[in-house]
Write a protein that binds this ligand. Structure first.
Ligand code: HEM
Ligand code: HEM
Length: 229
């Protein structure tokens, strides 16, 4: 059984930290009151992570790059019909349909965190950007944060988990383990984007250092935005 590195450590840490932060955001806003400050901090951290992931989509290792995995409708349809050979081979990294789910999840978390910056609860909590917009606009964005983006995020997470379960039970493919270990079994594999020769990604400490620097930059940017006067 041949194992091959498909997810770099920064990407895996990004994923599981994001899961924890979204859970904290949801639970803390349900508790309300003083827990709202936790909601804010978790939201800032989630925003930093998504910004990091967007940059990583350009400078990260191969399977993290948008140019490698984002697929057009033709490839997604071929994947769904099974005419791309995926019935007998496994994709290394994101498959064409999975690439759309990555984009959807990143967009919804970004939209939720950005709208949160302008949201208010009409009592004690308001995002750091509220002071820059009218009360009317802040109320509209709060509605978006709660009723539009706030519902869609549940929908997309539900879909995401259903897809992971479907691969596990119907296709006998465990996608979760590689998100922890970084390695995928590559006996019948093709690469996500190019269908070229099967090779491991670069998950060296240099790459990890670059990720740490990128995350620091993104976190610093969010800190700066949150403290704008
Ligand atoms: C990605 C991170 C975030 C998630 C998943 C999230 C999720 C939610 C949800 C589900 C609600 C409540 C909806 C409801 O009551 O039905 C909410 C409310 C709220 N959020 Fe967020 N949020 C995030 C980030 C933020 C950020 C960064 C801020 C501000 C800095 C913020 C500020 C607020 C405020 C003020 C409310 C209260 C609105 C009210 O109760 O009237 N959120 N959030
Ligand atoms: C708050 C909830 C979650 C969010 C927002 C989320 C978001 C994401 C994102 C953005 C990716 C793309 C990874 C990348 O390339 O950067 C991803 C992939 C993945 N997630 Fe999640 N995730 C969530 C929960 C979970 C949970 C609970 C599981 C496990 C049961 C899970 C399993 C996976 C797997 C296996 C992949 C890789 C899929 C593939 O092989 O193409 N996710 N998730």
């Amino acid at each position: 059984m041949k194992k091959i590195r498909v997810w770099d450590l920064p990407l895996r840490l990004f994923h599981w930290t994001l899961v924890i932060l979204i859970a904290v955001s949801i639970v803390s806003q349900k508790i309300g009151g003083n827990a709202m400050s936790l909601h804010f901090y978790a939201g800032y951290a989630a925003l930093s992570l998504v910004l990091f992931r967007i940059v990583w989509g350009f400078i990260g290792p191969r399977t993290a790059r948008f140019s490698d995995f984002v697929a057009g409708p033709t490839r997604v349809i071929a994947y769904l019909r099974g005419t791309d050979g995926s019935a007998v081979r496994t994709y290394l990294g994101h498959n064409p349909l999975g690439s759309w789910s990555v984009l959807a999840l990143l967009t919804i978390v970004l939209s939720q965190a950005l709208s949160g910056l302008f949201a208010n609860d009409d009592i004690a909590s308001e995002g750091p950007m509220v002071k820059f917009v009218s009360k009317e606009l802040s109320d509209r964005i709060t509605w978006f944060h709660k009723d539009v983006s706030g519902n869609l995020i549940y929908f997309f997470i539900g879909l995401h988990l259903a897809a992971v379960a479907w691969y596990f039970f119907r296709k006998r493919q465990n996608l979760v383990l590689p998100m922890f270990t970084g390695d995928q079994v590559a006996d019948h594999a093709v690469e996500g984007g190019s269908h070229a020769a099967v090779s491991a990604i670069n998950d060296s400490w240099r790459v990890r250092l670059l990720a740490a620097a990128t995350l620091t930059f993104c976190g610093g940017f969010v800190y700066w935005v949150v403290h704008l006067k």
